[in-house]
Design a protein around this ligand. Structure first.
Ligand code: NAD
Length: 451
């Protein structure tokens, strides 16, 4: 058992079990047994069950949101959106079972057909920063394809996942089709990697752990999807709508207290408008409301833990602070949104994923330098470009090495479009129309016409 602490006031919110290796294996075996039943459920019935699951999650939106405010310190507005996102992905992928079809390929001497077949048990490993959506991005398409799922939430934030597991049963999903297994990464998560009954691991978390998971999966040639760290750029050109770009920049990095893999934690501003843009940005950062996350007005809550706050602070201690917003004193793991000016592209805060409310700023001269600076990182997950010049928007969007990008927007993840990273930000894509196929094997069968 272990205590779950609220980052808002440092109080114990709940005590949850921490599963052993033997308990994890037993759950994986039950999920394996349930696979035979679940894959045999007709596509129409599987779709109906997923839609009912979506409806039950929707009916508990407020309960799930309040739980996340308490457990993870998310603002109530964000938490409602996150529970709504689980509903949305379930609804979206409920459309898949009846549409997932293979091909008939012209061949001589018979009939050749491809089938999309589910893999078996899929292991979904979730980090603490977005416990609900990231769980849903894994389990919804996996279940739609006919797989069963074992889901490991992060030790710090297991509560909404545990509740969603209960709601799945309430919605009528057969037992052991979606099983939530709280516990340590090194025990429960590791068994997802090493137990051969788990046929695919969907991991979201740090690049460091992701590399170990990939190496472990290689032992069994196990399928793996990795959604890892990021250090994304927000590039503001002189011809952009500076007021709009400055108004939305704080949300693009301080949302979820900066604990967002898509955070635009690097700001590149064209030198000719640097002073003008920084003055606008200062106003919007100082107006950004870091406060009790249960307040409707809150835009940012605390960091997840004392350790995370101390790690983030270590980046700020010796750096040049341009300006900062405000934050409550404590108890709770609070830190004010902070803007740092980088002396050069070698600064530690410019290069490393901080995963906290810290924005690093660097001026650039021209388009070529902006693209070079944006690509000078081991990561490639997200980013934004602000310009009114369509040609420049297209050129820079094609030039930046990243899995997702938005132009004149800070939109990051939309469940109907593919999401994932390049370079050390990950491997494979989640969401979008192709996600269900990623939870299938393609089987090719040739039927001979010769008797
Ligand atoms: P983490 O890597 O420490 O842990 C993630 C999950 O992996 C947790 O559930 C943890 O218990 C489990 N785990 C840890 N060690 C394991 C092991 N040896 N075997 C199996 N499982 C193990 O990451 P975190 O600190 O929870 O999350 C923050 C990181 O996640 C950041 O780097 C962030 O950028 C990244 N992230 C990426 C995305 C994305 O979509 N690309 C989304 C959110 C977070």
């Amino acid at each position: 058992m272990h205590d779950v602490i609220s980052p808002v006031d440092e109080q114990v919110v709940a005590t949850v079990p921490s599963l052993t290796e033997a308990e994890t294996d037993a759950a994986i075996e039950r999920a394996h047994a349930a696979f035979a039943t679940w894959r045999a459920v007709s596509p129409g019935d599987r779709a109906r069950l997923l839609r009912r699951f979506a409806a039950v999650v929707d009916a508990h939106n407020e309960e799930l949101a309040q739980l996340e405010v308490r457990n993870a310190g998310h603002t109530i507005g964000n938490a409602r959106w996150e529970a709504g996102n689980v509903r949305d992905v379930l609804d979206y992928y409920a459309g898949a079972p009846e549409r997932l079809s293979g091909r008939q390929i012209p061949v001589a001497g018979g009939l050749d057909v491809t089938f999309y077949e589910p893999l078996g048990v899929v292991g979904v490993i979730v980090p603490w920063n977005f416990p609900m959506p990231i769980a849903g991005w894994g389990f919804a398409p996996a279940l739609a394809a006919g797989n069963t799922v074992v889901l490991k939430p992060a030790e710090l934030t297991p509560l909404t996942a545990i509740r969603i597991g209960e709601l799945a049963l309430e919605a009528g999903l057969p037992k052991d089709v979606l099983t939530v297994l709280p516990g340590k990464g090194s025990i429960v998560g590791q068994r997802f990697v090493t137990n051969p009954l788990v046929r695919k691991v969907c991991f979201t978390g740090s690049t460091e752990v992701g590399k170990r998971i990939m190496a472990g999966c290689a032992e069994q040639v196990k399928r793996v999807t990795l959604e890892l760290g990021g250090k994304s750029s927000n590039i503001v050109f002189a011809d952009a709508d500076l007021a709009r770009a400055a108004a939305s920049a704080p949300g693009s990095v301080f949302d979820n207290a900066g604990q967002d893999c898509c955070a635009r934690s690097r700001l590149l501003v064209q030198a000719s408008v640097y002073d003008e843009f920084m003055a606008l940005l200062e106003q919007s950062v100082k107006a950004f409301r870091c406060e009790d996350p249960s307040l409707e007005s809150a835009q940012m809550g605390p960091l997840i833990s004392a350790g995370q706050r101390d790690s983030v602070r270590s980046y700020v201690d010796d750096s040049a602070v341009a300006f900062r917003g405000s934050a409550p004193e404590g108890p709770g793991y609070w830190m004010a949104p902070t803007v740092l000016t980088a002396a050069s592209a070698r600064d530690r805060h410019w290069r490393e994923e901080i995963f906290g409310p810290v924005l690093s700023v660097l001026p650039f001269a021209d388009e070529e330098e902006a693209v070079r600076l944006a690509n000078d990182t081991e990561y490639g997950l997200s980013g934004s470009i602000w310009t009114r010049d369509l040609g420049r928007g297209i050129r820079v969007a094609r030039g930046v090495e990243t899995g997702a990008l938005s132009v004149n927007s800070h939109s990051s993840v939309r469940y109907w479009t593919p999401f994932g990273g390049v370079k050390q930000s990950g491997l494979g894509r989640e969401l979008g129309p192709d996600a269900v196929a990623a939870f299938c094997e393609v089987k090719n069968v040739f039927f001979s016409t010769e008797v």
